[in-house]
Design a protein around this ligand. Structure first.
Ligand code: OGA
Ligand code: MN
Length: 202
C-alpha cells in the first residue's frame, strides 16, 4: 500500500503554531487494515492497561483508561509497515526542516474501552524528556459526534483559553510538539481506537 502524507502542509504547521490536524491523512483502506490488525491483537489478549510515567509507570485508570499494545519496527503486518514508512518520511522531513534530530519512533495501538478517557496532560515525561513530536492516527469507523471520545486540545501553550475539539475519525492524523500542548481524551460512548506514536531525540 502507498502512503502520501502532505509533508509540506505538516512542516509549515509545525514551523508555525506547532500542531496540525489532518483529516483523511490515511486512506480508508489503510485505516481499515490497521483497525483489523488492532482488533485482532486485542481479541488475542495482546493488550495491557497503559501506565502513567516513563521509568516506573504506575497504573492509574482514573487518569488514563486505555489499553495498549506496543509496535516493533520489525512488525510483520503490511499495514503496520506502511504506517511505519509514512512515519519515517515524516521523521526525515522534520529532521531536514528543523534539525530536531529525531531518531526513533515509539508507537502503540490504544483501545479505550467504552467510558474511559485520558485526563489533561502533556506528552513529555518529567523523568524522560526525549519525546519531541507526537503523532496520533485514529482508526475508528463511522465516528459520530455524540459518540464522545473527543480529543480536547489547547492551542495556547499556556494551557489556558479555549480548547479545540477533534473527533477521533478514522484516518485523521494529529501531530504536535510533545512538550508544548495540553490535551485530554473525553470518555467515549463506544470503544475508541488510536495508533499513537512519539518521535524521540537521542
Ligand atoms: C496519549 C494521548 C490522545 C488520543 O496517548 O498520550 O494523548 O486522542 N492520546 O488518543
Ligand atoms: Mn497525550
Amino acid at each position: 500500500m502507498e502512503h502520501s502524507l502532505p509533508l509540506d502542509t505538516l512542516l509549515d504547521a509545525l514551523a508555525g503554531p506547532g500542531w496540525c490536524v489532518l483529516p483523511q491523512a490515511f486512506a480508508p483502506d489503510q485505516v481499515a487494515a490497521l483497525r483489523a490488525t488492532c482488533l485482532e491483537r486485542h481479541q488475542d489478549g495482546q493488550f495491557h492497561p497503559a501506565g502513567v510515567g516513563a521509568k516506573t509507570p504506575s497504573l492509574r485508570s482514573e487518569i488514563r483508561g486505555d489499553h495498549i499494545r506496543w509496535i516493533e519496527q520489525a512488525d510483520p503486518d503490511p499495514a503496520v509497515q506502511t504506517y511505519l514508512a509514512a512515519m519515517d518520511d515524516l521523521r526525515q522531513g522534520v529532521n531536514q526542516a528543523f534539525y530536531l534530530g529525531l531518531h526513533e519512533l515509539e508507537a502503540h495501538f490504544a483501545v479505550y474501552p467504552q467510558g474511559s478517557g485520558y485526563k489533561r496532560h502533556l506528552d513529555r515525561f518529567r523523568d524522560d524528556d526525549r519525546r519531541t513530536l507526537t503523532a496520533i492516527v485514529y482508526l475508528n469507523q463511522d465516528w459520530a459526534d455524540d459518540d464522545g471520545g473527543m480529543l480536547h486540545f489547547w492551542p495556547d501553550p499556556a494551557g489556558t483559553g479555549e480548547a479545540i475539539t477533534i473527533p477521533p475519525r478514522g484516518g485523521t492524523l494529529v501531530t504536535f510538539l510533545s512538550d508544548r500542548f495540553w490535551h485530554e481524551v473525553a470518555p467515549a460512548r463506544r470503544q475508541r481506537l488510536a495508533l499513537t506514536g512519539w518521535f524521540k531525540r537521542r
